[in-house]
Ligand binder design. Sequence first.
Ligand SMILES: [Zn+2]
Length: 296
Amino acid sequence: MIRVELLPEEHVYSAFVRERMLCGQMYLNTKRFFEINDIAYHQLHSQLPLNTDLMSIILKMDLTPEQTLNIQLEHTPVALWLLSTPTVDVEYTMPNNNALAGINIDTRWRFCPQCVVADMAQYGVSYWHRSHQLCGAKICPIHNHLLHSHDELKVLPFTLPHHWLETAETMSLQPWEIEWQPFIYHVDKTIKADPLWPNRVKAQIRRYLNCESQLPLKQSEHKRFDVLAKQMTADLGQEYMAELFSSSRPDRRLKTNILWATLSGQVGSAKIRHPLFWLAIIFWLRNELSECQHLI
Ligand SMILES: [Zn+2]
């Protein structure tokens, strides 16, 4: 389906939008557009690269498995999701529902106004960058400029960043998010270069937290995990946890133990956890793990 050449760092959905524009199919009703291109109608989410929705578009590109993995790594935020998948497998897809369960972060599409200007000058078009859509990214890694977004960008309408230059607002950066910026870009870069790093860092986390025994962990471990989770919240700050996870918000009575949910192997074994669970743990322990020394 996508015949346009993907530009550097361009999100697959951005090329999908440009393709529709270039084919002169913007006049069609959107549902009809999906129908005539033989793609299941869906909304375009920025951070769900393994959902069958996005995969259905990549699979239409008629690629070899290696090319598919390359497109995923270079043109979707999939690298972070390799923390969550059981194996590094390009065939791995997940159902469209529930992927964002428990997650409180901003998943609106965002762009950097300076990238818009630079891309228009170089390519004659603006486009949605993959790296701007990473979990919690709010600063452009190229221009060090706060990204812009808009409430109508929770799912992507068939538009490009330059259409939003006048209306989008600058994202706000909380003090705790400052260290997250280089961290998230470093983790993404690390996994893109070494898709097996997630396995090594996860094994190291288990060793550090003394929970290497076979999964699921015994229920008797729960108490110890409650103490660890308290320590994690104390170290990172309640505000930080509440911004990441909806169950950590002050108005929620039932708090999810993030460590137990991620590490115990007891919660819905068929479901995979959003990478934010692993990312928060790595962020917490990054000074303690040898696999993370380059992230500091
Ligand atoms: Zn930029």
